[in-house]
Design a binder for this molecule. Structure first.
Ligand SMILES: [Zn+2]
Length: 78
């Protein structure tokens, strides 16, 4: 089974004293692992009719976005 894999390469960019020490990186459209990207689960009501219940994790979208914040600070390791 093929698998999509995304990686983040971390490296400090241009920096200046008093400047920002954080950076944001968004990674969109990851397949939701809870519903396998379907966005819903089949359910049965009291009349045994099947209906789609939206996935509580991805809210029916089937996909998740990763909002990554990288915070730079002076190293404490010698
Ligand atoms: Zn989901």
């Amino acid at each position: 089974m093929s698998k999509e894999r995304r990686m983040i390469e971390i490296a400090p960019g241009r920096m200046s004293p008093g400047g920002r020490m954080t950076e944001h990186l968004d990674s969109w459209g990851h397949s939701c692992p809870y519903c396998q990207g379907n966005g819903f689960f089949w359910q049965e009501d009291e009349f045994r009719d099947r209906y789609k219940e939206p996935c509580p994790i991805c809210k029916g979208n089937g996909k998740l976005d990763a909002m990554v914040t990288i915070e730079w600070k002076a190293s404490e390791n010698v």
